[in-house]
Structure formats: structure tokens, C-alpha cells
Design a protein around this ligand. Structure first.
Ligand code: HEC
Length: 66
């Protein structure tokens, strides 16, 4: 989240009303996050994370983001 997301989804600026600065907020949005950044690739808008990183994100979210 810190590497790829909070620049736009932070406390000062929360694109789409989604702030991802705490693990609690990530858990709240876990399905949407997987849809756009794990299984899907529309976030971050410019791309960047490797497919291995995206696969790891999907796995972590599926475990409830422990
Ligand atoms: C360059 C800025 C930027 C970055 C970086 C970025 N986002 Fe976004 N995000 C946006 C904007 C703007 C929107 C709202 C418009 C849209 O959906 O394209 C959005 C929308 C979303 C949504 C809501 C999508 C929906 O269908 O409602 C989610 C979830 C999301 N981003 C997650 C992430 C995650 C996770 C990352 C990191 C991997 C990330 N974003 C990185 C700008 C960004």
C-alpha cells in the first residue's frame, strides 16, 4: 500500500474516498482492492507492481490481510 497506493489513497488525498493508510481500512476495502490491484490491474493507474507482487496481494487479502 505504501509503495503503490497511499500517494493517491492517503489521509490528505483519498481518491474515490478510499484511504489505505491503515490495515483496518485495507480490510474494509479488501474485495475492491483485489479487484483493481490483485486479480485486476487497473490500480495503480500507471501500472508498476509485478504479477508476482499482485499474486501475493491477492493471497494476503484472501487470508483477511493478517
Ligand atoms: C495516481 C493515483 C492513484 C494511485 C497511485 C492509485 N489509485 Fe486507486 N484510484 C485513483 C482514482 C483517481 C480512483 C477513482 C477513479 C477510478 O476508479 O479510476 C481510484 C479508485 C480506486 C478504487 C475504487 C475502484 C472502484 O471500482 O470503485 C480502489 C479500490 C483503488 N483505487 C485501489 C487502489 C490500490 C489498491 C492502489 C495501489 C495498488 C491504488 N488504488 C493506486 C487513483 C490512484
Amino acid at each position: 500500500m505504501t509503495s503503490w497506493c497511499t500517494n493517491c489513497h492517503g489521509s490528505a488525498r483519498a481518491s474515490a474516498g478510499i484511504s489505505l493508510t491503515t490495515v483496518a481500512s485495507v480490510r474494509t476495502h479488501q474485495f475492491a482492492i483485489d479487484e483493481v490491484a490483485g486479480t485486476g490491474t487497473s490500480m495503480p493507474p500507471g501500472g508498476g507492481p509485478s504479477s508476482a507482487e499482485r499474486a501475493r496481494l491477492t493471497e494476503w487479502l484472501a487470508c483477511g490481510a493478517p
